[in-house]
Design a protein around this ligand. Structure first.
Ligand SMILES: O=C(O)C(=O)C[C@H](O)[C@H](O)COP(=O)(O)O
Length: 207
């Protein structure tokens, strides 16, 4: 996997995961993998996120682990150092984009408007995260821009559920969708990894 476009092809759903207890990282990754999802985005929203990436990279080599919520150049560097195989950003600035390019990792920069998407395309990006998807116009927005921007592929994320997923996945410019519904905080707090595996198995058949 070398480009953002390769990243979109890994799975119909990119699980967006918030880890509070670093001990949950490996069992969560194993549960997703057992359910048929071969990719995990660990968000840099908690103090243990980088350690969680390190553990998954070391202990669950069969899942492709990446870092989400990358909002600064330093975080891009740190995530790469921790063993992340890809980066995802909710939006994008020039400095974050430069730092992401510098890691050499595939990455999905976030965009929510046509102009943001065009600016990223000018920088050579062809796979983007569309965030926050539901709040920014949802599937109808992506359908509208497939005509003028046919070269761009998206991973819409934000407010998507198992029931709204098919309307996104049916679009020609959607490579995969992102969502946190496979790993709800409640299930992780209860360490109910069997339930995570079940949600993953359902998500794996979405496309
Ligand atoms: O953390 C990031 O980098 C984000 O951009 C936000 C996440 O992608 C969404 O919070 C996931 O959306 P939900 O599935 O609605 O929970």
């Amino acid at each position: 996997m070398t480009t953002g476009t390769d990243l979109l092809a890994l799975s119909p759903v990119m699980p967006v995961v918030v880890i509070d207890d670093v001990g949950d990282a490996v069992p969560t990754a194993r549960a997703l993998l057992a359910g048929g999802i071969g990719v995990i985005e660990l968000t840099l929203r908690t103090p243990v996120a980088l350690a969680a990436i390190e553990r998954v990279a070391a202990d669950v080599p069969d899942i492709v682990v990446g870092a989400g919520t990358v909002t600064s150049p330093e975080q891009a560097k740190q995530a790469a150092g921790a063993g992340a195989k890809f980066l995802v950003t909710p939006g994008c600035t020039d400095s974050v984009l430069d730092a992401a390019f510098a890691t050499g990792l595939p990455f999905l920069p976030g965009a929510a408007t046509v102009s943001e998407a065009m600016r990223l395309a000018e920088r050579g990006v062809s796979a983007l995260k569309f965030f926050p998807a539901e709040a920014s116009g949802g599937a109808a927005f992506l359908k509208s821009i497939a005509g003028p921007l046919p070269q761009l592929q998206f991973c819409p994320t934000g407010g998507i559920t198992a029931s709204s997923a098919p309307s996104y996945l049916a679009l020609p410019n959607v490579g995969c969708i992102g969502g946190s519904w496979l790993t709800p905080a409640k299930l992780l707090a209860a360490r109910d990894f069997a339930a995570v595996e079940k949600l993953a198995a359902e998500a794996a058949t979405l496309r």
